[in-house]
Design a protein around this ligand. Structure first.
Ligand code: SF4
Length: 235
């Protein structure tokens, strides 16, 4: 009996190590250090069956209901949960809904959203194949940046979305997105184009499409960033 238990636990450890090594290989690591192990192991253990992801997102949306956890609920028309493929390998994260998004309840549908759609298509995807969400789900007044208490109230919903979808890579659109996801004071001009890590998932910070509308000469650097993402995904 004791021997059976021991061999079962050895088999579990071996399975965990295999998951860890496979995951590390997908990230391009040549070797796995003790430091990188816990993150990848946690991720390997929390994998959700692909067929369950859509229902899990629906349940999360149901749980949010008419959320009033922060003051942004007062001015919203529609809560903007997120849209796309629950099994997406790439997730785009922006800062929060604008006027058009608030009216339609769908992220990135205004002018900046149309530009994002073009970027996604140029990468070889349709909008339906990726997942798009924001740091906060309700529109900040006058399109101001979300305030710290609003982000604190809302960020767990996004974290749950990422944990359900488990994308291979996250693209953070602009400073507000990357700062609030990683919880660090980062300047987009300094960090863009370099993969960062969020709980074992690679994060590519790049410019927000609204910034590109004001600064069309920044389209080239953004495209360089997206080429790195495509290379990582083997596109
Ligand atoms: S922004 Fe997020 S936390 Fe605030 S009311 Fe909307 S859904 Fe709730």
């Amino acid at each position: 009996m004791a021997d059976d238990t021991k061999s079962a636990s050895v088999a579990e450890v071996a399975s965990d190590v295999r998951d860890l090594l496979e995951y590390a290989a997908t990230l391009g690591f040549q070797e796995v250090t003790a430091e990188s192990a816990p993150k990848a192991q946690a991720r390997a253990k929390s994998k959700m069956a692909p067929e369950d992801k859509g229902r899990a997102l629906e349940k999360l949306r149901d749980r949010m209901g008419d959320c009033n956890l922060c003051k942004l609920h007062k001015g919203r028309t529609k809560l903007v949960f997120g849209t796309g493929n629950p099994k997406a390998e790439i997730m785009f994260i922006g800062e929060g809904p604008g006027r058009d998004e608030d009216a339609q309840g769908i992220p990135f549908v205004g002018r900046a959203g149309q530009l994002l759609t073009k970027i996604i298509e140029a990468m070889g995807y349709s909008r339906d194949e990726v997942y798009i969400a924001n740091i906060v789900k309700c529109r900040p007044p006058d399109n101001r940046n979300p305030e710290p208490d609003e982000v604190e109230s809302c960020i767990d919903f996004l974290i749950e979305q990422v944990e359900i979808i488990q994308p291979k890579v996250i693209v953070c659109l602009g400073s507000v997105a990357v700062r609030n996801l990683l919880g660090q004071e980062l300047k987009i001009t300094k960090v863009r184009g370099n993969f960062l890590d969020w709980r074992g998932t690679p994060v590519m910070p790049t410019y927000h499409p609204a910034f590109l509308l004001r600064n069309p000469n920044m389209k080239k650097p953004l495209w360089e960033d997206m080429k790195k993402v495509m290379k990582f995904l083997g596109k």
